[in-house]
Design a protein around this ligand. Structure first.
Ligand code: FAD
Length: 364
């Protein structure tokens, strides 16, 4: 890792500051109310769409800014860090990179009718991949699309589909050849961007704790007719095409987690400094300081891994807006974590009881 710079460019810093500033319009009370009411954060969504943020990674010819994964992770990190956490991030998540299979493999006609509407916030799309019997092992999906003239007829079941209730379209992964009919298990899958036709898809929200401003749903798909022009790329190649959205999505999720960690730590430090017990702030006690310092070390380590994972793209390819391959194995995470621990130990030394080291955590 010697010689690598993790510094953000001036433009990237500007993005961070601008988003942080915008997010001040939505405080903890706003997010709590949205969560309690199970209500989509329309005002927040609209503000980002009006400000052009939905198009951050979209090609300029469709109204976007054509920026890359680093800028997108900064956007999502700051959104989560505002306190909006997953309620905020999930509301816009798919707009940011989820449509990359369409950008890269969709027909010009498909792009023209969908991408400008993603950029202006008018089009809500959900992501239909997971099934009750197929989570991490996507090859096990069984939702099947059977060709019928100029249509496909789809039957199957999906689960954990975020935002389906609010969405007009679905990016739908199906099988067009069964699992036991293909030699390579990721072959034989086909991807569509199609209407979430409520007369053929029964959408049932799942009751859950948290992230209630965005629904999580079960989908029962019964003889859904999908026109051939809604297919993305070649039949049978859907899994490969989906990776253009799934891979950067992992980076976005990581940045959202990082933002949530940062805001949680900030709040903990603030509380540690404010809450007085036995006549002094609880943050003066090592029992409070050490876990917070540990949390900071882990967050710094996570940020290093996120910004420059080993084997990531070069600066040149990042400048060209290419997504970073998310080859972040556990082994590769270990060393930056250790480095961050060492840095903190060197910087802080052993906390003394006379000073509130929690304040240092905030400054660091
Ligand atoms: C907040 C949220 C939103 C989501 N939104 C969507 C959505 O919009 N659309 C959608 O399609 N899906 C969505 N999902 C589903 C998500 O993509 C799946 O949860 C994910 O693919 C994992 O599948 P699973 O939960 O079935 O885990 P499983 O596949 O059952 O795996 C469970 C765990 O087993 C372990 N494991 C399994 N195999 C291995 C292995 N080979 N090596 C090591 N460990 C292993 C891992 O710890 C893994 O986490 C969402 C999930 C969440 C939590």
């Amino acid at each position: 890792m010697g010689g690598m710079s993790f510094a953000l460019s001036e433009d990237q810093e500007l993005i961070r500051k601008s988003v942080a500033e915008l997010m001040k319009n939505f405080d903890d009370q706003y997010w709590m109310e949205k969560d309690l009411a199970h209500e989509f954060p329309t005002e927040f969504y609209k503000m980002l769409a009006d400000g052009g943020w939905m198009g951050i990674t979209m090609p300029e010819e469709y109204g976007g800014h054509g920026l890359g994964i680093t800028e997108a992770t900064i956007l999502l990190e700051e959104i989560a860090r505002s306190g909006g956490a997953m309620n905020a991030a999930s509301a816009i998540h798919l707009n940011i990179f989820g449509m990359q299979p369409v950008v890269k493999h969709g027909t010009d006609e498909m792009k023209a009718r969908t991408l400008p509407r993603i950029v202006n916030g008018d089009l809500h799309v959900c992501f239909g991949v997971t099934e009750p019997g197929a989570g991490l092992d996507t090859s096990r999906i069984t939702t099947f699309a059977k060709r019928d003239g100029d249509h496909y007829v789809v039957n199957g079941r999906k689960v954990w589909i975020s935002k389906a209730v609010e969405s007009e379209k679905i990016l739908l992964l199906t099988r067009t050849q069964r699992y036991d009919e293909v030699e390579k298990k990721t072959d034989g899958m086909t991807l569509f961007l199609t209407d979430l036709d409520r007369s053929k898809i029964d959408i049932r929200p799942i009751r859950k704790m948290g992230r209630n401003a965005v629904t999580s749903n079960e989908l029962f798909i019964d003889d859904l007719r999908v026109p051939v022009e809604d297919r993305i790329g070649e039949e049978g190649q859907g899994f490969k095409l989906l990776l253009d959205g799934l891979n950067p999505e992992r980076m976005l999720i990581a940045s959202e987690a990082l933002g949530i960690g940062r805001v949680a730590l900030e709040k903990a430090v603030k509380y540690g400094n404010e809450r007085e017990v036995f006549g002094r702030p609880i943050g003066m006690n090592q029992g409070i300081q050490f876990p917070l310092a540990d949390a900071l070390a882990h967050l710094d380590a996570a940020e290093l891994v996120l910004r420059k994972p080993p084997g990531s793209t070069t600066t040149a390819s990042r400048a060209a807006g290419k997504p970073t391959p998310p080859n972040i194995s556990v082994r590769k995470q270990v060393s930056p974590q250790l480095i961050a621990h060492c840095r903190l130990t060197a910087e802080w030394g052993t906390p003394r009881s006379t000073t509130c080291r929690v304040t240092s955590a905030r400054r660091a």
